[in-house]
Design a binder for this molecule. Structure first.
Ligand code: PEP
Length: 234
Protein backbone atom coordinates (compact mmCIF):
# COMPACT_ATOMS: atom_id res chain seq x y z
CA UNK A 1 0.00 0.00 0.00
CA UNK A 2 1.41 3.37 -1.06
CA UNK A 3 0.37 6.99 -0.61
CA UNK A 4 -0.32 8.89 -3.82
CA UNK A 5 -0.75 12.61 -3.14
CA UNK A 6 -1.46 15.25 -5.75
CA UNK A 7 -0.49 18.90 -5.41
CA UNK A 8 -2.66 21.06 -7.65
CA UNK A 9 -0.77 24.24 -6.71
CA UNK A 10 -2.78 27.28 -7.95
CA UNK A 11 -4.56 25.33 -10.66
CA UNK A 12 -7.94 23.78 -11.24
CA UNK A 13 -11.52 24.58 -10.33
CA UNK A 14 -14.29 23.02 -8.28
CA UNK A 15 -15.64 21.53 -11.52
CA UNK A 16 -12.24 20.01 -12.35
CA UNK A 17 -12.08 18.47 -8.88
CA UNK A 18 -15.57 17.01 -9.34
CA UNK A 19 -14.44 15.49 -12.64
CA UNK A 20 -11.36 13.99 -10.96
CA UNK A 21 -13.36 12.57 -8.05
CA UNK A 22 -15.96 11.10 -10.42
CA UNK A 23 -13.18 9.56 -12.51
CA UNK A 24 -11.77 7.91 -9.40
CA UNK A 25 -15.06 6.17 -8.60
CA UNK A 26 -14.20 3.02 -10.54
CA UNK A 27 -10.52 2.94 -9.68
CA UNK A 28 -9.92 -0.08 -7.52
CA UNK A 29 -6.75 0.53 -5.50
CA UNK A 30 -5.45 -0.27 -2.04
CA UNK A 31 -3.41 2.95 -2.14
CA UNK A 32 -4.22 6.09 -0.14
CA UNK A 33 -5.13 8.87 -2.56
CA UNK A 34 -4.93 12.52 -1.49
CA UNK A 35 -5.51 15.69 -3.52
CA UNK A 36 -4.03 18.89 -2.09
CA UNK A 37 -6.07 21.60 -3.74
CA UNK A 38 -6.51 25.37 -3.42
CA UNK A 39 -8.50 26.41 -0.35
CA UNK A 40 -11.63 27.18 -2.38
CA UNK A 41 -11.86 23.59 -3.57
CA UNK A 42 -11.53 21.81 -0.21
CA UNK A 43 -14.30 19.34 0.50
CA UNK A 44 -14.90 16.12 2.33
CA UNK A 45 -13.46 13.04 0.72
CA UNK A 46 -15.34 10.82 -1.71
CA UNK A 47 -14.65 7.86 -3.97
CA UNK A 48 -11.53 6.96 -2.00
CA UNK A 49 -9.86 10.36 -2.25
CA UNK A 50 -9.31 12.79 0.62
CA UNK A 51 -8.52 16.45 0.17
CA UNK A 52 -5.71 18.45 1.69
CA UNK A 53 -4.59 22.06 1.61
CA UNK A 54 -1.23 23.44 0.48
CA UNK A 55 -0.45 25.77 3.37
CA UNK A 56 -1.79 26.73 6.79
CA UNK A 57 -1.34 29.48 9.34
CA UNK A 58 0.73 28.63 12.41
CA UNK A 59 -1.83 30.61 14.45
CA UNK A 60 -5.09 29.33 15.89
CA UNK A 61 -7.24 32.43 15.23
CA UNK A 62 -7.10 36.21 15.27
CA UNK A 63 -6.01 39.23 13.28
CA UNK A 64 -4.17 37.49 10.44
CA UNK A 65 -5.91 38.83 7.35
CA UNK A 66 -5.86 36.42 4.46
CA UNK A 67 -4.59 33.47 6.47
CA UNK A 68 -6.41 30.19 7.10
CA UNK A 69 -6.15 28.19 10.32
CA UNK A 70 -5.78 24.44 10.57
CA UNK A 71 -9.14 24.22 12.31
CA UNK A 72 -10.75 26.00 9.31
CA UNK A 73 -9.14 23.49 6.95
CA UNK A 74 -10.52 20.62 9.01
CA UNK A 75 -13.93 22.33 9.07
CA UNK A 76 -13.84 22.55 5.26
CA UNK A 77 -13.24 18.80 5.02
CA UNK A 78 -9.46 18.62 4.65
CA UNK A 79 -7.55 15.77 6.25
CA UNK A 80 -4.04 16.77 5.15
CA UNK A 81 -2.01 19.90 4.54
CA UNK A 82 1.29 20.36 2.72
CA UNK A 83 3.74 22.51 4.69
CA UNK A 84 7.12 23.78 3.59
CA UNK A 85 6.65 23.19 -0.11
CA UNK A 86 9.60 24.46 -2.13
CA UNK A 87 7.45 27.22 -3.65
CA UNK A 88 6.40 28.43 -0.19
CA UNK A 89 10.03 28.37 0.94
CA UNK A 90 11.15 30.25 -2.21
CA UNK A 91 8.34 32.82 -2.67
CA UNK A 92 7.31 33.34 0.96
CA UNK A 93 10.69 32.91 2.65
CA UNK A 94 9.45 30.08 4.84
CA UNK A 95 12.18 28.71 7.08
CA UNK A 96 12.32 25.31 8.75
CA UNK A 97 11.18 26.98 11.99
CA UNK A 98 8.09 28.43 10.32
CA UNK A 99 7.37 25.09 8.68
CA UNK A 100 7.64 23.33 12.05
CA UNK A 101 5.14 25.69 13.66
CA UNK A 102 2.71 25.18 10.77
CA UNK A 103 3.10 21.40 11.06
CA UNK A 104 2.40 21.60 14.79
CA UNK A 105 -0.72 23.73 14.17
CA UNK A 106 -1.94 21.12 11.69
CA UNK A 107 -1.38 18.27 14.15
CA UNK A 108 -3.17 20.20 16.90
CA UNK A 109 -6.25 20.45 14.65
CA UNK A 110 -6.18 16.74 13.80
CA UNK A 111 -4.75 17.19 10.30
CA UNK A 112 -1.81 15.25 8.90
CA UNK A 113 0.93 17.63 7.74
CA UNK A 114 2.87 16.59 4.64
CA UNK A 115 6.21 18.19 5.50
CA UNK A 116 8.41 18.91 2.46
CA UNK A 117 12.19 18.93 2.58
CA UNK A 118 14.76 19.01 -0.20
CA UNK A 119 17.85 20.67 -1.57
CA UNK A 120 18.25 23.38 -4.21
CA UNK A 121 20.55 22.92 -7.21
CA UNK A 122 23.13 25.22 -5.60
CA UNK A 123 23.10 23.11 -2.44
CA UNK A 124 23.37 19.91 -4.48
CA UNK A 125 26.30 21.23 -6.50
CA UNK A 126 28.04 22.37 -3.32
CA UNK A 127 27.81 18.80 -1.96
CA UNK A 128 25.41 19.88 0.77
CA UNK A 129 22.29 17.94 -0.25
CA UNK A 130 22.43 15.38 2.56
CA UNK A 131 23.11 18.01 5.21
CA UNK A 132 20.22 20.17 3.97
CA UNK A 133 17.86 17.20 3.90
CA UNK A 134 18.82 16.10 7.41
CA UNK A 135 18.53 19.58 8.91
CA UNK A 136 15.27 20.05 7.01
CA UNK A 137 13.84 17.03 8.81
CA UNK A 138 15.32 17.82 12.22
CA UNK A 139 14.18 21.46 12.14
CA UNK A 140 10.83 21.15 10.31
CA UNK A 141 9.36 18.18 12.20
CA UNK A 142 7.70 19.15 15.50
CA UNK A 143 9.60 17.79 18.51
CA UNK A 144 6.31 16.67 20.06
CA UNK A 145 6.08 13.04 18.91
CA UNK A 146 2.27 13.01 18.98
CA UNK A 147 0.19 13.12 15.83
CA UNK A 148 0.71 11.50 12.48
CA UNK A 149 2.94 13.20 9.93
CA UNK A 150 4.14 12.45 6.40
CA UNK A 151 7.47 13.61 4.96
CA UNK A 152 7.90 14.45 1.29
CA UNK A 153 11.43 14.49 -0.09
CA UNK A 154 11.29 16.92 -2.99
CA UNK A 155 14.61 17.85 -4.60
CA UNK A 156 13.81 21.49 -5.30
CA UNK A 157 15.81 21.60 -8.55
CA UNK A 158 13.71 18.79 -10.01
CA UNK A 159 10.21 20.09 -9.25
CA UNK A 160 8.30 20.94 -12.41
CA UNK A 161 11.51 20.61 -14.41
CA UNK A 162 11.00 17.17 -15.89
CA UNK A 163 14.19 16.14 -14.05
CA UNK A 164 14.53 13.37 -11.50
CA UNK A 165 17.49 12.28 -9.37
CA UNK A 166 18.96 8.83 -10.01
CA UNK A 167 17.43 5.88 -8.17
CA UNK A 168 20.48 5.69 -5.94
CA UNK A 169 20.23 9.39 -5.07
CA UNK A 170 16.57 8.90 -4.13
CA UNK A 171 17.46 5.78 -2.12
CA UNK A 172 20.23 7.63 -0.28
CA UNK A 173 17.99 10.59 0.58
CA UNK A 174 15.12 8.40 1.77
CA UNK A 175 17.42 6.20 3.87
CA UNK A 176 18.83 9.31 5.53
CA UNK A 177 15.32 10.66 6.21
CA UNK A 178 14.19 7.31 7.64
CA UNK A 179 17.26 7.17 9.94
CA UNK A 180 16.77 10.77 11.03
CA UNK A 181 13.08 10.25 11.80
CA UNK A 182 13.90 7.11 13.78
CA UNK A 183 16.40 9.01 15.89
CA UNK A 184 13.65 11.57 16.56
CA UNK A 185 11.23 8.92 17.82
CA UNK A 186 9.27 8.96 14.57
CA UNK A 187 10.35 5.67 12.99
CA UNK A 188 7.79 4.34 10.51
CA UNK A 189 6.72 7.79 9.29
CA UNK A 190 5.74 7.52 5.61
CA UNK A 191 8.24 9.20 3.28
CA UNK A 192 7.04 10.31 -0.15
CA UNK A 193 9.19 11.22 -3.14
CA UNK A 194 8.13 14.24 -5.17
CA UNK A 195 9.39 16.02 -8.33
CA UNK A 196 8.54 15.19 -11.91
CA UNK A 197 6.68 11.96 -11.11
CA UNK A 198 4.59 10.67 -13.99
CA UNK A 199 2.99 7.42 -15.09
CA UNK A 200 6.20 6.34 -16.80
CA UNK A 201 8.44 6.56 -13.72
CA UNK A 202 6.04 6.18 -10.76
CA UNK A 203 6.29 2.41 -10.30
CA UNK A 204 10.08 2.40 -10.53
CA UNK A 205 10.37 5.25 -8.02
CA UNK A 206 7.98 3.55 -5.60
CA UNK A 207 10.02 0.34 -5.75
CA UNK A 208 13.01 2.14 -4.21
CA UNK A 209 13.51 1.24 -0.51
CA UNK A 210 11.93 3.70 1.96
CA UNK A 211 9.77 5.30 -0.74
CA UNK A 212 6.26 4.98 0.68
CA UNK A 213 4.52 6.91 -2.07
CA UNK A 214 4.73 9.98 -4.25
CA UNK A 215 3.77 13.65 -4.22
CA UNK A 216 2.75 14.59 -7.74
CA UNK A 217 2.42 18.11 -9.13
CA UNK A 218 1.67 18.59 -12.83
CA UNK A 219 0.67 14.98 -13.47
CA UNK A 220 -2.04 15.10 -10.78
CA UNK A 221 -4.21 17.65 -12.59
CA UNK A 222 -5.87 15.37 -15.14
CA UNK A 223 -7.45 11.95 -14.54
CA UNK A 224 -5.68 10.53 -17.61
CA UNK A 225 -2.30 11.39 -16.09
CA UNK A 226 -3.08 10.81 -12.40
CA UNK A 227 -5.01 7.52 -12.48
CA UNK A 228 -2.19 5.54 -14.16
CA UNK A 229 0.12 6.70 -11.35
CA UNK A 230 -2.37 5.51 -8.71
CA UNK A 231 -2.76 2.14 -10.42
CA UNK A 232 0.92 1.68 -11.20
CA UNK A 233 1.51 0.09 -7.78
CA UNK A 234 -0.47 -2.16 -5.44
C1 PEP B 1 5.31 19.47 -6.51
O1 PEP B 1 5.11 20.65 -6.79
O2 PEP B 1 5.13 19.07 -5.34
C2 PEP B 1 5.75 18.58 -7.56
C3 PEP B 1 6.18 17.40 -7.24
O3 PEP B 1 5.65 19.06 -8.86
P1 PEP B 1 5.95 18.25 -10.22
O4 PEP B 1 5.42 16.85 -10.04
O5 PEP B 1 5.19 19.01 -11.27
O6 PEP B 1 7.43 18.26 -10.40
Amino acid sequence: MKIIAGNWKMNGSRAALETMINSLRDVNTPNTVILCVPYTMLRTGANGVQTGAQDVSPHVAGAYTGDISAQMLADAGAKYVIVGHSERRAYHNETNAVVRSKAQAAINAGLVPIICVGETMDEKQAGKAMAVIESGVRESVPSDENGKIIIAYEPRWAIGAGLTPTSSEIAQAHALIARTLKSMGRGGTPILYGASVKAGNAAAIMSIPNVDGVLVGGASLKPDDFIPIITSVK
